[in-house]
Design a binder for this molecule. Structure first.
Ligand code: T46
Length: 134
């Protein structure tokens, strides 16, 4: 199974510039309950380092870029999120890390659930145990 499930968003551009529209259950394959964005992260700072038990998210760099690593406990794949027209679908129980934020990067995330700290698995060994069914 490919961990890097990308979604190409239609760009509604004209001579004035570009516009991208994201709607629940259309471009975004779930009901959107929460939106957050990450900005002002320095290049040498890495974020994430957790998985979610039950959460669907789509991440998109609406400005700048960052390197996204996804890991299901068996394999690790990475890609650059470097376009406002490219989303990355991150499903349940996928370990994620974000690295190499460019200056001015704004990472927008659309989430299927409200914030719940109890949904986070922040310990990698614990994540591996869950993935092995232990
Ligand atoms: C994810 C990646 C891509 C809230 O209070 N509400 C929220 O909706 C979120 C997302 C975070 N927070 C609090 C929890 C922490 O005290 O904001 C603080 C920073 O969150 P965290 O350290 O989890 O941030 P990242 O960048 O490591 O991870 C975030 C999301 O938490 C996570 O779900 O998938 O971005």
């Amino acid at each position: 199974m490919n961990l890097l499930k990308t979604i190409d968003f239609a760009q509604l551009g004209d001579e004035r510039g570009s516009l991208i529209s994201l709607e629940a259950n259309k471009q975004i394959p779930f009901d959107i309950k929460r939106v957050y964005y990450i900005y002002g992260t320095e290049k040498e700072v890495a974020r994430g380092f957790h998985a979610h038990k039950q959460l669907q998210q789509v991440a998109v760099c609406v400005a700048g870029k960052c390197r996204m690593i996804l890991d299901d406990g068996k394999k690790r794949e990475e890609m650059w999120l470097d376009s406002p027209a490219k989303g990355l679908l991150i499903e349940d129980m996928v370990w994620r890390e974000m690295h190499d934020f460019s200056e001015g990067c704004v990472l927008l995330v659309l989430a299927s659930e409200h914030y719940d700290e109890a949904d986070y698995v922040r310990d990698y060994q614990q994540f591996l145990k869950i993935q092995r069914g232990e």
